[in-house]
Design a protein around this ligand. Structure first.
Ligand SMILES: Cc1ncc(COP(=O)(O)O)c(C=O)c1O
Length: 417
């Protein structure tokens, strides 16, 4: 296994060196070097993660928790170690970390397992205008079933949450406040700890959608004092097929399971069943074992880089890209200034459709995303059908942003056709 390039300086990742860990970055696309600017959708994977998964399959694979033989014991240890790694990464206890398929499943787990049990007619769930569909639709569905009502905290012109509106919305009927830590469209870093204080003062819980924060910043669920924290492995250098949900122990213990079946039971009779301890009560069936091994390797990689350095790098790139974009009168950028955002920039170019721009960029080797980014209600607030979105991660360089800007120049030629 190759060593992870260690960074001690928050301002300086050794990007040229760490790029060598990502085999895909040496690919060419349309005969141009790949410039991957879509990490908010899914990050690329370092060799360390790919190797950990291969090694697991080549050497240790068996089902967990069921065998008394060596392979099963090794697989069980590896999978439990993955819980420990993630828990350490977010300052939780290992059994407060439930592995799910992704953020979407983690948020559905909260909405179904907690929501169906605790929401009643007239109760209120408070979300924000900048949520991803996966933190809107499950709550809308639970509201339909229970008679609860969903409210949305407004954003201001810079894409920041209006905290006065939040204060007005979060009241005695509020049972749950569920918010994105970082917006996947605007990049806004939301003051989730403050929202948590508002929620707790009213006896409500705080659920944080951490899909876009955990890849970029140090997360401390105890300091945030959140009741739930949902995330995806594939956005933080890990494999697809695994994500997680942190929940406070006393909250998780009171909840009924979400999925029922093998592995999550303590005892089954013809009359009924009882449940396993945490976290297994919420992990029914054969879990994503290899994916857990890969996620643990991703966490180790990020820990070695140091999360302050990871965040500083994304913000450095964002600042540089925003400077370039602000100089172009035909580019509209959405969201706050670099200091208040993660490594995401949504933009539009006058008279050009986001999909046409993304397609020209693809021909220049530049991968960005175009569309509504699973945030259609936010598009309504912004008054657009969609945007282009460039997102940056540890392996991106200032030079790649120059390539992005050159490719945007190419896209402008579409106007003349
Ligand atoms: C803020 C946010 N929440 C939730 C999700 C859903 O993540 P997944 O598709 O991995 O479930 C995403 C994905 O882009 C996201 O950006």
């Amino acid at each position: 296994m190759s060593a992870v390039p260690i960074s001690h300086d928050a301002a300086a990742l050794n990007v040229e060196m760490l790029r060598r860990d990502f085999p895909i970055l040496s690919r060419r696309v349309h005969d141009r070097p790949l410039v991957y600017l879509d990490s908010a959708a899914s990050s690329q994977k370092p060799r360390q993660v790919i190797d950990a998964i291969s090694r697991y399959y080549e050497y240790s694979h068996a089902n967990i928790h069921r065998g008394v033989y060596v392979l099963s014991e090794e697989a069980t240890i590896a999978y439990e170690h993955a819980h420990e790694s993630v828990a350490r990464f977010i300052h939780a206890d290992w059994d407060e970390v439930i592995f799910t398929k992704n953020t979407t499943e983690a948020l559905n787990l909260v909405a179904y397992a907690w929501g169906l049990q605790h929401l009643h007619a007239g109760d209120e769930v408070v979300l924000t205008q900048l949520e991803h569909h996966s933190n809107i639709v499950p709550w809308q569905q639970m509201a339909r079933r229970t008679g609860a009502v969903v409210h949305y905290i407004r954003i201001d012109a810079q894409g920041r949450l209006d905290l006065e509106h939040a204060d007005a919305l979060i009241g005695p009927r509020t049972k749950m406040v569920s918010v994105a830590h970082v917006s996947n469209v605007l990049g806004t870093i939301n003051p989730v700890a403050i929202l948590g204080q508002m929620a707790h003062a009213q006896g409500a819980l705080l659920c944080v959608d951490g899909a876009q924060s955990i890849p970029h910043m140090a997360v401390d669920v105890r300091a945030l004092d959140c009741d739930f924290f949902a995330f995806s492995g594939h956005k933080m250098l890990g494999p697809t097929g695994i994500g997680g949900l942190y929940g406070k122990r006393q909250v998780l213990e009171q909840m009924e399971p979400f999925l029922y079946g093998g592995d999550m039971i303590s005892e089954v009779t013809f009359a009924g069943a009882s449940w396993q301890d945490l976290p297994w009560k919420f992990e029914a069936g054969t879990p994503p074992i290899a994916e857990g091994v890969g996620l643990a390797a991703a966490v180790a990689y990020l820990e070695a880089l140091g999360m302050p350095a990871v965040l500083a790098h994304a913000q450095h790139l964002t600042r540089y890209a925003l400077e370039q974009m602000h100089q172009a009168p035909d580019i509209a950028v959405y969201g706050p200034e670099a200091e208040a955002r993660g490594g995401v920039i949504s933009f539009n170019i006058t008279d050009l459709h986001p999909h046409d721009i993304a397609s020209v960029l693809d021909h220049c080797g530049v991968a960005i995303r175009a569309g509504h980014h699973c945030a259609m209600p936010l598009m309504q607030v912004l008054g657009v059908n969609g945007t282009c979105r460039a997102s940056f991660y540890v392996y991106n360089t200032v030079g790649e942003i120059d390539v992005l800007m050159e490719a945007i120049g190419e896209a402008r030629r579409l106007r003349r056709r």
